[in-house]
Structures are given as C-alpha cells and as structure tokens.
Design a protein around this ligand. Structure first.
Ligand SMILES: Cc1cc2nc3c(=O)[nH]c(=O)nc-3n(C[C@H](O)[C@H](O)[C@H](O)COP(=O)(O)OP(=O)(O)OC[C@H]3O[C@@H](n4cnc5c(N)ncnc54)[C@H](O)[C@@H]3O)c2cc1C
Length: 387
C-alpha cells in the first residue's frame, strides 16, 4: 500500500520548505525528522535575500518574527583593511536557527497534505516495483518517491551508497552567540589568516559568531572556549568579555557531496546533496532554491510519480540544474578560501573592492544565485585582484 506520494527525510529549512511547496501543489507528503523541535544547529545564521524571498512566498514574514535585517556584507582583515557592499535585491535576515527551524517545522506540520513525524529517524530504504519502502525508528511506510534533506551527514545518501568522503583540506566551524547591544545590520567576515570570523546579528541584543578553520586552528590542546574567546577578541576587541548566550557548537569536516543527487525515485536536497564551505554564507538560500526547483519538477501537473520514465526524466533535469548551481557555489567558495588563506591577496582584494563596492555587490548577487559568475565584467575581476 502506498502511504504518501513522497516522503521527505529531514525537516530542516530545506525539507520543511519542500514539504510545504509539494503539498501546496497537491501532493500527499510525509515529512519526518529524527529530532524533535525546537532543536539547534551549528550555522552562521545569515540568510541571503533570495532565501528570505522563498520563505516570504511560503507566508513567513521574518521581520514580524523578529529576525533582524542584514543589509549587506563587510569583509575585513586583521590589518584593518575593509570592504563593504549592500545587497541589491532586498535584505537578508539573521535567523537564529533554533527559532527559525521550529517555526518552519510547525508551519509544515500545519500545512494540509503534510504529515509530519518528529522524533522519527530514517534507518533503512528498500525498493520494489510498487515504490520505495522507508523504514524508520517508528515503523515502515511506502511512497512513490523520496527526498533526502537530512543534512551534512545524510543517512539517505549513505544508505544508498551515494555519499562521497570530504575533499580538500578538512575545515571545521565553531559557533556561539554573544550578548551585544551595538550591532551593525550586516554580516561581517574577518580574515585572520588561519581562521575566519563570521558575525551576524540574530536578535535585538545578540550576535552570532562563527569561527571557520582547520581542526588545529579551532581545537587546540587547550579548551575550545578559551580559543573561541581569544580569536573573537582578536577580530573584535569590542566583544572581549561579552557574555556567551548559547553553548558552543562544532561542525565539520566540510566539502562533501553526494553522487548522483537524483535517480531511481530518490532526490537529495540541501546539505544532503552537497556542502561546499560556509564562508560564503549561502547554504540555506541555495537549499531553498533547490526546494523550489524540485517542487516544480515533482508537481502533479508535471509528473506521474507512478511512471518510472517520467521520474527518470525529472531526475535528469534536477541533476543538470543542481550541477550548474554546484559549480557556481564551488567556484565562489574556492575563491573566498584562496583570499582567506593569503594575506597579500586578501589585502589587494579588499583595497580593490573598497574602491569599487559595486563589484562586491555583484559578487554577492552571484553568491545568492541572482546572476552567473560569467556575468562579472573585467572591471569586477580587476577590483578583485586590487587593480
Ligand atoms: C559553521 C557553519 C556556518 C554556516 N553559515 C551559514 C550562513 O551564514 N548562512 C547560510 O545560509 N548557511 C550557513 N551554513 C549552512 C547551513 O547551515 C546549511 O546549508 C543548512 O542548514 C542546510 O539545511 P538542510 O535543511 O539541508 O539541513 P539541516 O538544517 O542540517 O537539516 C537536516 C535535518 O535532517 C534531520 N535528520 C538527519 N538525519 C536524519 C535521519 N536519519 N532521519 C530523519 N531525520 C534526519 C536532522 O535532524 C535535521 O533536522 C553554515 C553551516 C555551518 C556548519
């Protein structure tokens, strides 16, 4: 017996948004998550403008929910150089994940057509001609198709043999929230060489601070908290001694991807499909864009889920769209990492972009999926190399 048209594994922002979009198109969706909400998640908590737009279309007014506006991004170096630019297409939002994810899971659960099961882990997947059997900690159910939106270490990808090990130098993150009453409405990224410090306001008097770097740089022999304090103080002397509002959370290693991201009735979205490096702060917005594309491909008027050939065609289209998005994200993350690692290159880029902030705005638009990397002109590239 088929219990649902589609099962979505993981009710993070990507899975919850996708379940709502699919149900609105007329699909019967079962959404499950191993966690119960509210649950927290290590994240830089800066949502780019395109992600704000997707959530607004789903009926979520992030301003009304109290998430502070982010007007743009400022990059700084330890040597005092700085370049800043506004977002051109609306503002982003500082989204405290413990709150945002709980609101989204609640909205998904209240959406007609969505059956939400929290505290319900995926443990196995089986398949036959009738469809896909999803075995969970609370029993089994059958569906025509499955979407794995179960995050960085996706069980779906692992169970199907699609998970690939991390590539490149292993990078990690440590995040915490500090009390702070003077916060500019922007994301601030400070390049310290071996560590990057990312801040974003996430409440009226609260600042998210994320440190990104190698294991050695973030988890030295001494305590993680002492290291966190020391690095934050180096990047932001004004935050020395600021009370810690949350426990520190770690994440990593980054840069994983699954292959293939779609096929045989199973689609991967969000971090489950691939995770570059959070330095560019585009993870949630990119995942929400994937949810929109998938919901379009899997809508009843586009596809008969009982027809394997139609499902295969939808998988092909998603793979090709996802591949283009991934290449753009990977290139931009690679560029940001290269600048972060070389003080000389970072200084040249900061000087060039400070002189030509419109090039930084253009780069932010590329990061947010609003334009292609190839649309950047010679003057933008010249600014990036400090000319
Ligand atoms: C240090 C750091 C900083 C970041 N900074 C930013 C930033 O500033 N801006 C930004 O946009 N992004 C940022 N990101 C990336 C962002 O956190 C992710 O891209 C985003 O959370 C992806 O959402 P998701 O829904 O795919 O996965 P998740 O939010 O991870 O949700 C996955 C869900 O799946 C559930 N799940 C897992 N396994 C199972 C299972 N077996 N069965 C059932 N459910 C399961 C989990 O409980 C979870 O609720 C950052 C990430 C890190 C680590």
């Amino acid at each position: 017996m088929i219990d649902a048209d589609l099962v979505v594994i993981g009710a993070g922002p990507v899975g919850a948004a996708l379940a709502m979009l699919l149900a609105r198109s007329g699909r019967r969706v079962t959404l499950l998550d191993r966690a119960t909400f509210p649950r927290d998640k290590a994240c830089g908590e800066g949502l780019l403008p395109s992600g704000v737009r997707v959530l607004r279309d789903l009926g979520l007014d992030l301003a009304q929910l109290g998430f502070p506006a982010l007007r743009g991004v400022r990059y700084r170096s330890a040597g005092g150089r700085s370049a800043a630019a506004p977002f051109r297409n609306g503002c982003g939002r500082g989204v405290r994940r413990v709150t945002l994810d709980a609101v989204l899971a609640e909205r998904a659960a209240a959406t007609p057509g969505v059956h939400f099961h929290p505290g319900c882990p995926l443990v196995a997947i089986a398949r036959d001609r009738r469809g896909i059997e999803v075995r969970t900690g609370l029993g089994s159910l059958w569906a025509r198709a499955l979407v794995g939106a179960d995050g960085l270490r996706s069980t779906t990808a692992r169970l199907l043999g699609r998970a690939r090990p991390p590539r490149g130098p292993a990078r990690y993150g440590v995040v915490g929230h500090l009390a702070c009453d003077r916060m500019p409405p922007e994301v601030v990224v400070t390049l310290l060489g071996e560590v990057e410090v990312y801040t974003a306001p996430t409440g009226r008097d609260e600042l998210l601070v994320a440190l990104l770097g190698s294991r050695k740089a973030l988890f030295p022999d001494g305590g993680v908290l002492d290291r966190f304090r020391a690095v934050v103080e180096r990047a932001h002397p004004e935050l020395a001694g600021a009370p810690l509002r949350s426990r520190l959370r770690g994440a990593g290693p980054f840069r994983v991807r699954a292959r293939p991201v779609a096929g045989e009735g199973v689609f991967l979205a969000g971090d489950a499909a691939g995770f570059t490096d959070p330095l560019t702060g585009d993870g949630i917005a990119a995942g929400l864009a994937q949810a929109e594309v998938l919901a379009g491909l899997l809508a009843p008027e586009r596809l008969d889920l009982a027809d394997p050939r139609q499902l295969a065609r939808a998988a092909l289209r998603y793979r090709s769209w996802w591949g283009r998005q991934w290449r753009r994200r990977r290139l931009l993350a690679g560029l940001a990492l290269r600048l972060g690692r070389s003080t000389a290159l970072a200084h040249r880029a900061l000087d060039g972009l400070a002189r030509r902030p419109e090039s930084l705005t253009a780069l932010l638009e590329v990061d947010d999926g609003g334009r292609a990397l190839t649309s950047l002109g010679p003057r933008d590239w010249a600014a990036l190399v400090g000319l």
